[in-house]
Write a protein of this length. Sequence first.
Lengths: 166, 654
Amino acid sequence: MANRKVLVFNNEVCTGCRSCVVGCSLYHDGECGKVVSRVAVVRNERFGESFVVGCDGCTDAPCVAVCPTGACAMDVTAGIAKINADKCIGCKECAMVCPFGAINMHYKTGKAFKCDLCEGREQGPVCADWCPSGAITYQNVEVAFKIKRREKLTEKLQAAKIGEEV
Amino acid sequence: MYGWAGQRLRVNLSNGEITKEPLSYEYRRKWMGGRGFNSEVIYNEQPANIDPFDPEARVCFGVGPMSGTAAPSTGRVTVSAKSPLSGGHGDANMGGHWGAEVKYAGYDQIVVQGRAKKPVYLWIDDDKVEIRDASHLWGKYPREADQMIKEELGDEDIHIMLIGPAGENMVRFACCFNDVWRAAGRTGTGGVIGSKNLKGIATRGSGTVKIADPKKMMDVCDGLRQKMKTDVMKEGLYEYGSLVLINVANRDGWFPWKNFQEGAHPLANNMSGETHAATVLKHREGCFACPICCGRFTQIKEGKYAGEEFGGPEYEHAVPTGPRCGILEDANDIWHNARLTNDYGMDGIECGGTIAAAMEWYEKGLITTKETGGLELEWGNEEVVETLIRMIGKREGFGNILAEGADRAADKLGLGEKGHYYTITTRGLTLPGDDPRGLGFGYGLSFAVGTRGGCDHLRSLCCMELSGALYPGLNTKLLGDERANRPVTTVGKPYMVYYEENQKTTTDCLNVCCFTTHWSYAVQTQDQVDYLNATTGLDFTEEEFQEVGERVYNLERAYWNRLMSGAREDTVPERFLKEPMPQGVDYQTNVGATFPLNDMLKKYYRYRDWDPKTGFASAKKLKALGLENVAKDLEPLRAKYLSEAEKKKKKWYC
């Protein structure tokens, strides 16, 4: 568990540039487009808000639980649910049950596809690798949590103006 | 098909006809895409002297072979039309996500002609194209109309190109937007769109861009994105946006204080990127597939405009309606003005430049409150500038005169040569906020010879002279002379401008953002050739890549030549040639400098193979570029341009 790495999404800093989207689609499908990306960016231009959606790597993954054919199964080593396209019947159950909307149906095959942490890519998942703002990072689980905890403390200290030089 | 979508969408709003034309291999190879396709249509499909507001005048939206791909920054769109402001070739370029969406919908170019009987907007849902009523959207700001269209079509994820009220009122420097805030600012394409009763183009694209060699493409893009991560110029742009230039401009003496009367001001830091980020920055914004993310989203926190939110500002957008008009005390006023030009849908540069010219006319006594309708155009009077922006947007009172653009307004007011002295324009288009006396002589040269009304920062964008020193060896590699690194020298500049213009033009044809290639030099020509070939499966060489740019550039130039605009019009505003830069506050580099244009022009013509007398391209050059028809068009005009009658005409615009 301690060595397991996960994608961490920080929407506070997402610029909505979709670098992740084009990288993901190119790496996996050899073409570029939003419809074949495993990670999605939703935007509200009017208020300048952007939000990145990807697989959060649930331990007790609902997509695995609902899959009727066993196509969607947990890869214990990688720590993420993966879909075997050969077994997938395209019933969309997993896509519907995912709390984040991180599963999509492929426009060519009609089968479900999702993040596989860019299996085999040396530099780790391309979305985190290409993200210019740090909205997507690929981190060791424990380290990620540590940073998270530290963040809150830092915020608190800043709010109380402790540690600032007089 | 790889790279390109291979299709042009043509919409005739007069009869509602919608057609799709395939784009042949030869055509794509010759014109590449985006700006190339557009310039070809603008030149070949309409008479040179057509009224820009004529229903038959074309307005084109072009994307390139790289649009929507994984190469860095592929979200640009080029919007082209005959400019209502300069009267010549006009185009502008915007970021955002709409460009990629158009490509995903399956089009390389949208050409609109005709005039609808009532306000309409276009709804492109992949291959389904529909002309829809926009009566309820007419008069709305882009930020309002965007939301209304999304609600109407029931999809928040679509991307929309829109014009604002200024475009509807055919203000000569109205612009168009996509994603609400990303503007194709210059040359007044918004007015042309408005004259067609077209409010906007909503687009949903659910296709993909096919890549010929995905593995190679992945390798090239991986490499470039790693390089961008640590790029020094990227860092500044990401942290502070293009406003990072404010303190640089002030330090080096090219800050356009009071219509370029001075080159620096002690209060400049009030509106610097550093101050902006510390005070009003809400989010950083990224255009499609961009590793830089220089876009800003601003929320004003204090003062009478507290609570206002908008996308922006940019350096060039904020400076004209700010310091160029003498406003610098309270940055919130500047942010507010920038937002206001966005709301009305006007080019901030032109709007601020025109108001600044009017302020100088007022200062010099060329106009009085009689002409201005009681407005006292004192430098730095924030309320007057705010009022004028609104009046221009609505074409009311004195604003109606200024809505014609600085040079036309000078003529309407009958100010003569004196009035034109204070309009900081070339070929009728206002210069952006970069003073060539301090910024760089290459920049200045490109103001004089640029093809969209002479005066523009995005024609050559020869930042090599500014940031070249940060990329050791770059100038030597490209230009053979490292000394060109220094901004305030003429050494190497003519060739630099020639090279960069061609390079930038092809970059616009690919529709890739020039901040990856001309501000940051992380992506160089060979890299562009690499990702272009990996995407399209073709075999472009660096020379061919440059040649496409040269071809398009010469075609655009010929548009001006057909209108009797050539060498005599290749100049910069007289202020830069005659007035030495005054002693500033904390800059020394360029005090006393004027701009040495003539030293560079002749050499530049030689590189271009343009006749120094007429400024027309030689027939040999045009033929070598495959522009035989252009050579034929220009042949009878060469002698005419040199005739006494033409010499006497002073052409501030066409």
